[in-house]
Design a protein around this ligand. Structure first.
Ligand SMILES: Cc1cc2nc3c(=O)[nH]c(=O)nc-3n(C[C@H](O)[C@H](O)[C@H](O)COP(=O)(O)O)c2cc1C
Length: 213
């Protein structure tokens, strides 16, 4: 199979305006439910997150969606990471989901802010102990001389917290991406895909418009 000739064709039911909730967060929730119900999909909450620095230099990586409510999409990471440095300079970000077996994509654009300390604490407390320790051991995005250093740091923090619950390091926590644009894409025959985009300025009502594929 060559990259040039590999080609999937999509034959989904058309995406009608009436089939999406008028609240785009609820519409996204419904599509996530479909993705979780799809046995061919793993980690449907994985999303590509794009951030940019003040000069507009963009970078993208996958993060896991860990919460979704009226405020937006929540994810957790290191506040010392490269993405965090970019968000500090420029709070605009974009995220995409792609669920291949469902022939669906969702694109989200908006502004990112840190979650409260309490929310980050309570999510951190729900993580497996090994994941909590690695948040202490790894300075995400910094250069690492040798892999062994990580194992040594893990051993150090295992010992340091041996007798207690692992507290959340202040270098680690959540963000919420508050969207002002969400686009629902459903693949169709002959690349005549359906695209429905919700958009709003500030706290105004959402408008829903269809885009050419
Ligand atoms: C499936 C998957 C899920 C991931 N989830 C997260 C996550 O929730 N948070 C996170 O900080 N990094 C996550 N990562 C790692 C990031 O892609 C990335 O390597 C890391 O956050 C450093 O990015 P940065 O240097 O741009 O800040 C995940 C990677 C994959 C492949």
């Amino acid at each position: 199979m060559s990259i040039e000739s590999s080609r999937d064709s999509y034959t989904s039911r058309p995406l009608e305006e009436g089939s999406l909730d008028r609240d785009p967060i609820l519409a996204l929730r419904a599509w996530l439910d479909d993705a979780y119900a799809c046995s061919e999909l793993r980690e449907p909450n994985a999303m590509t997150l794009a951030t940019a620095d003040a000069r507009g230099r963009v970078s993208a990586r996958i993060v896991l969606l860990r919460g979704l409510d009226g405020r937006g999409l929540q994810f957790y990471t290191s506040y010392f990471s490269r993405k965090a440095a970019q968000l500090e300079e420029n709070p605009r970000a974009a995220a995409t989901f792609f669920w291949a077996p469902l022939h669906r994509q969702v694109r989200i654009e908006g502004t990112v802010a840190q979650l409260s300390e309490d929310e980050s604490d309570s999510y951190f407390a729900s993580r497996p102990r090994g994941h909590q320790l690695s948040a202490w051991a790894s300075e995400q995005s910094a250069f690492l001389e040798r892999r062994d250093i990580l194992a040594e740091r893990m051993a150090h923090f295992q010992e340091r917290f041996a007798e207690h619950d692992v507290p959340r390091p202040h270098s680690w926590g959540g963000y919420v991406l508050a969207p002002d644009y969400l686009e629902f894409w459903q693949g169709q025959e002959n690349r005549l895909h359906d695209r429905l985009a919700f958009e709003r300025a500030r706290a105004a009502n959402w408008t829903l418009r269809r885009l050419q594929p």
